[in-house]
Design a protein around this ligand. Structure first.
Ligand code: DON
Length: 560
């Protein structure tokens, strides 16, 4: 088959997106938090009003989400935080869960070596050692400015006074009701038949947070909380031990940085695949003139999909926990490798995933989630994404402690080539091992332009996180949308396998989809779940801040 190489135009680094864009989201002059719940954004913003910085607000927002948004906010899960200080210094924290020490490579397989459906998602074996409390304490110790007592006060008060049930939350609780009852019994707090505008109080979580405030992070990892948690999990058939909790540590890691035209992008390095995949995709599409092609146009979709397909193929082969596997980061993100990856791109015809394998890399180097974005009045920025994986995680809810446990073990590759709950396939690099962190797609990202803070971006959505973050950046920078418009705009997604383009329902015109089909693209025709749920901040030319809070959830921006 003769392949026609698409001849593309190299464009100048300044696209027409440099024009002034009228904001359509909340605009504030000094500081802002955008998160999945109004209560959490408000608490984070209030902490900054009291003189706290973005890092104090991170601790407050993260824990307020654990109270107000048990669907994904958590202290029973983990996450990643990327920051940029006002002086330009960047860093990132990995508070991802870890496999318990008793975990084994084949723990989710039957005797014939087949994956046992549900074992990595719906049993107590699905639960990884939580990292959130270690994460917030690490941030506070290194970068915080207010006393922990001041930060936790409004969070504990929220747990005690309770949180109003939204319409969307009522629906989530209804959908997951039976699954929650199945593992916890009918008496669990979260099995209540809550309706919109009801108030749920979380007294057990308030007590847990109070003990953590008194005894520090050791309360969660070595104290009474640790004992109650391990006791609960062992009764449920889990394998997490006191030793697992005592050994857990959050890790400061060098963030992944790359340039796209005149942007500098800082994102999460492994064990998240987010930064590497985002870098690969953006570098593969950089030579194409997306702005001229048009937003969500057939040609733009083709260029982006082909780059996504190639990046996710590499993800599946090469990425895992860098403490356990050698990851060829430099080679995977090098300009020469990525331009060679796109050399067989053909604008007239889809390149099927069956024709794409991971690239040839030489190892020559030393070797339901929620996102929130914060900017403070000094210009410090925080992008943090945190998860218990599925909606309400593993559904295991420890009533005595007041929180859900994650089912993050499903993010490992239980067997090479077998898809996980997001349809992602993996390989040896992401196989299970005791104490190893499972590969993530979480992509908390900070963008700077001409040396100045430009955007703070991130999203939940499993495998669709990376492509949602990508579209948020491109929508502002290439397609000239405001921050809120960029978040609202319909999204599409491709992840190599399954070989399908998924579009948000009823949001793309049939002519575009028909033309793509005619070129051989395979389209996901089923009703599709939401692709990402972005919560972002854009710094406007006069240094005020525009929030982009995703209407697909109850997300909200707050600031002053
Ligand atoms: O770390 C990851 O990539 C997944 N555990 C994220 C899960 C997620 O985003 C679910 N939210 N919709």
């Amino acid at each position: 088959m003769k392949k026609k190489v698409f001849v593309f135009s190299i464009i100048c680094s300044c696209s027409f997106a440099q024009q002034k864009i009228a904001p359509t989201g909340l605009v504030t002059s000094k500081a802002m938090v955008v998160s999945a719940r109004a209560e959490a954004s408000k608490i984070g913003s209030e902490i900054m009003k009291k003189g706290g910085n973005a890092f104090d607000a991170m601790v407050a927002t993260e824990l307020a989400l654990a109270v107000a948004y048990p669907f994904a906010g958590n202290i029973g899960g983990g996450g990643f935080m990327v920051y940029r200080k006002s002086n330009g210094e960047v860093g990132s924290l990995d508070y991802r869960e870890k496999a318990p020490l008793a975990a084994t490579k084949k723990m989710f397989l039957d005797k014939d070596g087949n994956v046992v459906t549900g074992k990595s998602t719906e049993t107590a074996l699905a639960i990884g050692v939580p990292g959130t409390i270690a994460g917030v304490f690490a941030v506070h110790e290194k970068l915080g400015s207010l006393p922990m007592s001041e930060i936790l006060k409004p969070v504990i008060a929220l747990a005690e006074t309770g949180v109003i049930v939204t319409q969307k939350q009522q629906k989530q609780l209804e959908i997951y009701h039976d699954a929650i009852v199945k593992v916890n019994g009918p008496k669990t707090l979260m099995a209540g038949k809550f309706k919109e505008n009801d108030i749920i109080k979380y007294p057990a979580l308030a007590s847990t947070l109070k003990r953590i405030l008194t005894n520090g992070k050791d309360e969660f990892y070595k104290g009474e909380t640790a004992k109650i948690l391990v006791n609960y999990l062992q009764k449920k058939g889990g394998i997490m031990s006191l030793e697992d909790l005592a050994n857990y540590e959050a890790k400061w890691r060098k963030p992944l940085q790359f340039d796209y035209k005149d942007l500098k992008i800082t994102s999460m390095a492994p064990p998240s695949s987010g930064g590497i995949c985002l870098a690969q995709i953006m570098k593969m599409i950089e030579p194409f003139n997306l702005a001229d092609m048009g937003h969500n146009s057939e040609q733009s979709i083709q260029v982006i999909v082909e780059a996504e397909r190639r990046a996710y193929a590499d993800r599946s082969q090469f990425l895992g926990d860098p403490d356990f596997v050698k990851i060829p980061i430099k080679a995977l993100t090098s300009d020469s490798y990525l331009s060679s990856r796109m050399s067989n791109f053909n604008i007239d015809k889809a390149c099927l995933s069956s024709e794409i394998r991971e690239g040839k890399i030489t190892y020559n180097e030393s070797m339901e989630t929620t996102h929130y974005s914060i900017v403070d009045s000094q210009g410090n920025a925080v992008a943090a994404t945190t998860t218990i994986n599925d909606g309400f995680g593993s559904k295991y809810y420890c009533d005595e402690l007041g929180f859900f446990l994650n089912n993050e073990m499903d993010d490992f590759s239980a067997k090479p080539g077998s898809p996980n709950m997001f349809g992602l396939v993996g390989n040896e690099a992401n196989s299970i091992a005791p104490g190893k962190r499972m590969l993530s797609s979480m992509t908390p990202t900070i963008v700077e332009k001409n040396g100045k803070l430009f955007m703070v971006v991130g999203s939940p959505g499993g495998s669709t996180i990376i492509t949602s973050v990508l579209q948020a950046i491109l929508n502002v920078y290439e397609y000239n949308l405001s921050m809120q418009e960029a978040v609202n705009a319909p999204r599409f997604h491709h992840q190599w396998l399954p070989d399908l383009i998924t579009f948000e329902p009823d949001a793309f015109d049939n002519i575009t989809i028909g033309n793509l089909k005619a070129k051989g693209y395979l389209i996901n025709e089923r009703t599709t779940p939401v692709i990402g749920k972005l919560d972002c901040i854009l710094v406007l030319p006069d240094n005020s801040l525009e929030g982009g809070a995703d209407f697909r959830g109850d997300d909200k921006a707050a600031g002053f």
